[in-house]
Ligand binder design. Sequence first.
Ligand SMILES: [Zn+2]
Length: 209
Amino acid sequence: MDDKLIDLLVDKISEKLNESQSFLVEASGRHVHLSRKDIDALFGEGYQLKLDRYLSQPGQFVSRERLTLVGPKGVLQNVVILGPERADSQVEVSATDALTLGQKVPIRESGNIENTPGITLVNGNRSVTIDKGLIVAQRHVHVAEKDAAKLNVNHGDIVKVKIAGENRSLIFDDVVIRVSEKFATVMHIDYDEANACGFTKGIKGTIVK
Ligand SMILES: [Zn+2]
C-alpha cells in the first residue's frame, strides 16, 4: 500500500471513530417541573398538563401551559412547564435569568435540590411558593445504557466536551455523565452556554480526554 492510501485510510478511520463518539447537543431554555400537589394548586385539582410536543428524552414533553416566575427583584413570564409531573417541583433557569430574578441560584444536578432557594410560581390569580427547587442545571450528557461503553463513560463521571460551534468552538469542563436505560444519548446545555459556544441546531459534542 502506498503512503497516500494509508493516510487516507487513517483519516477515514479517525473520522468514523469521532462520529461514533459524538452526540447531539440540545440547548434547554428555562423551564419548570411540577409535583402533583403544585399542579393541583396552580391549575385545579386533578388537572392534566396538555401535550405540546415531545422532547428527545423518552416520555418527556413540553406542555401547553405557561407560568410566571416571581423573584425578589424581577419576573420571568411565559415559562414552559415540562411533563410528566415529578415527585418534587423544580425550576431550572440560566445564570442570566438568576440575575433577572435577583436571586442567587446554585448550579446543581437535576433532582439534587436540598438547600436550594425557592421561588413563587404564578398562573393567573393562582400562585404557589416552593421553598426549594430553584437551580441552574449542571451541564450534562444523558447517555443511553447501550452507548456508555462506546463512549467509555460511567454514570457520575465528570468529563470535558468539545463543541465545535460556529467560530466559537469551546471545550466545556465539569460536564456530568448520567447513564440510564431510559435515556436517549444527548447533551444538555442552557442558553448561556449555548450562546457561549456558538450553538446551532444539530450541533455535535465530543468527549475529550
Ligand atoms: Zn437533561
